[in-house]
Design a protein around this ligand. Structure first.
Ligand code: MD6
Ligand code: FE
Length: 213
């Protein structure tokens, strides 16, 4: 199949063992998700977190669900409280949960019950350098990644940071189910280009659903 085929029908592309791209899969929930996103960010605003190395991230982040991913000078972790508000993260909206569960069911992961949803907001120039996701407890659990708004180029690597990467455009509505033997692959996002999306303006929003605890 052509990786760059742009048709309206949702399609499923196997990118690697355990990693499947569902093109356009989030389009059907987009209206509810946008509304729910506004509810979440009113309770837990986007913020630019600082890495343990002292760098401020170009991507703004927040979370919903029982656990949220945070970074500060002491390290990376999942925490039940928002360090800004001192309160629990907002609950995971039903539209978010439904999408994450239908995507995993479709790709053969049974009974995925995420307890964490990290929400990333990219503005022009924001990027995510190559990393592995390894702050979760159980690597047999997949991650569901939902792209909304402005398109970005995702880099899919292998198991060493210096391995070659494949570049993959991720567009509004695309869902990546990431797991199995691919769970610890390096990956990143290239700097966001100037663009405009009718519902999301100049931003790209990425939601990642995990069973973290
Ligand atoms: C992003 N995504 O797309 C960043 N991690 O904005 C990730 O870091 C990511 O998309 C694990 C699994 C899927 C992902
Ligand atoms: Fe990641």
């Amino acid at each position: 199949m052509d990786l760059f085929d742009k048709t309206d029908a949702p399609q499923s592309l196997k990118l690697a063992d355990g990693t499947v791209l569902l093109r356009g899969f989030a389009l059907r929930e987009q209206t509810a998700m946008l509304e729910d996103l506004h509810t979440v960010i009113a309770l837990a605003p986007f913020r630019h977190m600082v890495t343990p190395g002292g760098f401020t991230m170009s991507v703004a982040m927040t979370n919903c669900g029982e656990l949220g991913w945070v970074t500060d000078k002491t390290g990376y972790r999942y925490d039940a409280q928002d360090p800004i508000t001192g309160k629990p993260w907002p609950p995971m909206p039903a539209s978010f949960m439904a999408l994450a569960r239908s995507a995993t069911a479709l790709t053969g992961y049974r009974e995925f019950m995420p307890d964490a949803c990290l929400i990333n907001r990219y503005q022009v120039g924001a990027r995510m350098s190559l990393h592995q996701d390894k702050d979760e407890r159980d690597f047999t659990q997949p991650i569901v990644s939902v792209s909304l708004g402005v398109s970005a180029v995702f880099q899919l690597g292998c198991f060493a940071r210096t391995d070659k990467v494949v570049k993959l455009p991720l567009d509004h509505g695309d869902v990546l189910v990431w797991g199995g033997v691919s769970r610890l692959r390096y990956h990143g996002v290239l700097p966001l280009k100037v663009s405009h999306h009718p519902a999301f303006g100049e931003y790209r929003i990425n939601l990642t659903f995990r069973k973290a605890g």
